[in-house]
Write a protein that binds this ligand. Structure first.
Ligand code: 3HC
Length: 695
């Protein structure tokens, strides 16, 4: 058949169409054509039933995302699915692994679905800034009812096989040989009248009679959708089942799919999908480099970071021993872990069994020797180089050969820490972000001597623990905080030039950041940044003054803003405004009103400029890694894709020209365009182009 991606055979009266398009059986043009031809060939040959099966590790990952934006190839997926459904002989989908997006939609077009209880059926299009575009929003409600169909469509989270069986989505659970079982099932249903979901509105009746519960669920789901367009479109598509027939509902769905697909939000989210996968590829590290086996992890430090890391690892299924010198600190740390788990359980984030399981995997110890049988050790004590070095020297004595030794440092030199051991090849940084049980970003820090297989191990463990790992090299602040430092210097400069904290934060929020940078400073604590600057001999006139006054931010009720009665709502403070004006005068500035466009540029350009330098120095591998870091660790709006993606869409040349303009007017050395930015601008290139082929 077409490029051998689809084969067709007969098993007696039953025809079998088998897709073989590794790695995930994406439904590209050749696959669709192969299924189309196979269907007609088998119908012409007079088979009594047809099984649609897939080879490899999974049923199908859906439409081929790499085809998006290219000229359409016939037959389209919707047309193919309609053709399958129209078949007079029953078609049975043999699903396993994952049936996602178009993969699930094709299974919904089949008249029956069979598979193991481990299968996951899902419509994750929303995570790519889309809605299901091949009938999923119309067939799934007709299969299981509108209320049951809404959450998987709006969140994109898959339906596990056992639940699918209860909902009637799986007509038979088959744990043994799937293709054989599906053929046997097909023989049983051969000759029976087929049920076509597109023509059966029975399951819509209860919501049609009373749509209140549906609307309440929709409101609840959308309240968590961060204002993105796709989730709202998903809700509307399902809601259309109330007022439109299948044909009109499908037409609306398809048109909206095309609108979203050509929009910026979906481009940004698709960029993320590929960025996450690219970040796991390390230059010069081939598939032959396997992760070291990890079952048990030791976490040193029972403070906020240690506790959060312990939770992430226990949730990921690892046995974790949390080690701290004091039993009291361990008990307190474990108490907080338990409380956090139960809170998430109460909100429906975990089942009771999941929480019980995770807690049972955690043990506590007061001696470092408890790390002796750990496959990985993550040190998470406070940021002090001497302390960390002494712990690593001690670990060198107790840890078993081959254990990965990682420091959760956010600022310190991993190479110096590694040098405190006799095995620097086993040492690296694993930089978690607070709260570590919630934040997705994991900056894995490759030391000068870190061996490739420990980097692969840290990526594997990070992924298993639900993180988005990104590997970067050693430098001050690594990638994320170093870019943040460049932005912070520019924010302070804008205050000196006449902007007020609320002006800067308003512009940041309007762009899509959940919080403005000054409100973030108040949340993190102004004392923290002050201590870091002091150690590095840096100054930040306004932030330093506030910290010296004991205005540390939210925790003291005052920082850049006021926080009344323990509230987290920042209130502009006339005292701070005066302080800014005074400091500005002391430094010889004449305050001016800074236009919003300039504020936005000066919030974003420092990230891009520093990012360019980080790439040029080889600290980060590719520009999409920096986008992952800023979206998952620093609240950069997902809908905008990340600073480097945004720069590419804006045009690197435009960014360069505007940045150069600000630099020339202000003379601020922090605004001087970096060589790589200038080079890309002059050659009409982009960060994405520059990154191609790197790893
Ligand atoms: N199209 C093109 N490539 C895809 C793909 C897709 N739908 N799904 C996965 N891939 C690629 C990945 O980019 C990766 O490529 P690489 O090896 O070059 O980096 C490779 O397949 C393997 O993917 P993973 O590393 O993610 O493999 P896993 O085994 O960890 O996961 C999976 C498999 C669960 C299928 C996961 O890949 C996944 O979630 N895929 C995306 C599913 C999705 O979003 N589907 C909806 C597509 S849009 C659609 O169907 C529109 C329709 O409604 C009209």
């Amino acid at each position: 058949m077409s490029e051998q991606k689809v084969t067709v055979r007969r098993d007696g009266e039953v025809g079998v169409i088998e897709i073989d398009n590794p790695p995930v059986n994406a439904l590209g043009g050749a696959v669709r054509k192969g299924i189309w031809d196979g269907l007609h060939d088998l119908q012409g040959a007079g088979v009594s039933a047809i099984v649609l099966a897939c080879k490899g590790r999974t049923f199908s990952g859906g439409a081929d995302i790499t085809e998006f934006g290219k000229p359409p190839v016939e037959p389209g997926l919707s047309v193919l699915i309609d053709e399958i459904e129209a078949s007079d002989v029953p078609v049975v989908a043999a699903v396993f692994g994952t049936a996602l997006g178009g993969g699930f939609e094709i299974a919904l077009g089949c008249h029956y679905r069979v598979g193991p209880s481990s299968v996951k059926l899902g419509l994750p299009e929303v995570k790519l800034g889309l809605l299901p575009g091949a009938g999923g929003t119309q067939r799934l409600p007709r299969a299981i009812g509108m209320e049951a169909a809404l959450p998987p469509i709006v969140t994109g989270d898959p339906i596990p096989g056992d639940e699918a069986a209860k909902l009637g989505l799986l007509d038979r659970v088959i744990e043994g040989d799937l293709t054989e079982g599906a053929i046997a099932f097909a023989r049983e249903v051969a000759g029976k009248p087929v049920r076509r979901l597109s023509r059966d509105d029975t399951a819509l009746a209860s919501t049609k009679a009373d749509p209140i519960a549906f609307e309440e669920a929709a409101t609840r789901l959308l309240s968590r959708s961060r204002g993105l367009k796709a989730p709202a479109a998903c809700v509307q598509a399902v809601r259309n089942c109330l007022t439109m027939d299948f044909a009109d509902g499908s037409k609306w769905e398809r048109e909206t799919f095309h609108d979203l697909r050509s929009g910026e939000e979906s481009a940004a989210q698709r960029h993320h999908f590929f960025a996450e996968r690219a970040a796991l590829k390390l230059p010069g590290v081939g598939k032959e480099v396997q992760p070291r086996p990890v079952k048990k992890i030791a976490v040193i430090g029972a403070g906020t970071m240690g506790g959060g890391i312990t939770m992430s690892m226990a949730t990921g299924g690892y046995d974790v021993v949390m080690i701290d010198k004091s039993q009291e600190a361990l008990d307190r740390g474990f108490g907080i872990i338990e409380k956090n788990y139960r809170k998430t359980q109460a909100r429906g984030g975990f089942t009771e069994a999941e929480v019980d399981g995770a807690l049972s995997r955690i043990s506590l110890a007061t001696e470092l020797s408890a790390a002796a049988d750990a496959d990985m050790v993550i040190e998470a004590v406070y940021e002090n180089l001497d302390l960390k070095k002494s712990i690593f020297a001690e670990l060198d004595k107790v840890a078993k050969p081959g254990a990965v030794l990682a420091s959760n440092t956010s600022t310190l030199d991993v190479d110096e820490i590694a040098a405190a051991t006799s095995r620097p090849a086993d040492v690296m940084g694993m930089h978690f972000f607070s709260p570590a049980n919630v934040m997705k970003l994991l900056e894995n820090i490759r030391g000068e001597k870190s061996s490739p297989d420990i980097l692969v191990t840290a990526n594997t463990v990070g992924k298993q623990a639900g993180k988005i790992p990104v590997t970067v090299g050693v430098c001050n602040g690594f990638a994320g905080n170093r870019m943040g430092g460049a932005r912070a210097r520019q924010v302070q400069r804008m205050l000196l030039e006449g902007a007020m904290p609320q002006d800067v934060d308003r512009v940041a929020k309007a762009f899509g950041f959940a919080m403005g940078p000054l409100a973030v400073n108040d949340l993190a604590g102004l004392d923290i940044g002050y201590a870091v600057r002091k150690e590095r001999g840096e100054k930040s006139p306004i932030a330093d003054k506030l910290a010296e006054m004991g205005r540390y931010g939210q925790k003291t009720g005052a920082g850049f803003y006021l926080y009344e009665g323990g509230s987290r709502t920042p209130i502009p403070d006339p005292f701070v405004e005066n302080l800014i004006r005074e400091t500005s005068a002391e430094h010889g500035f004449t305050p001016r009103e800074i236009p919003e466009q300039e504020i936005l540029d000066r919030l974003l350009f420092p990230l891009i400029n520093e990012g360019a330098q980080i790439l040029d120095e080889g600290i980060a591998i590719r520009s999409s890694d920096l986008d992952l870091i800023w979206v998952n660790g620093f609240g950069f709006p997902l809908a905008k894709g990340g600073p480097m993606f945004w720069a590419d869409r804006e045009g690197v040349g435009n960014v360069y020209e505007r940045l150069k303009g600000y630099y020339e007017v202000s003379g601020d050395p922090n605004l001087e365009p970096k060589p790589l930015l200038q080079h890309l601008a002059k050659t009409g290139s982009s960060f994405a182009d520059w990154s191609k082929g790197r790893g």
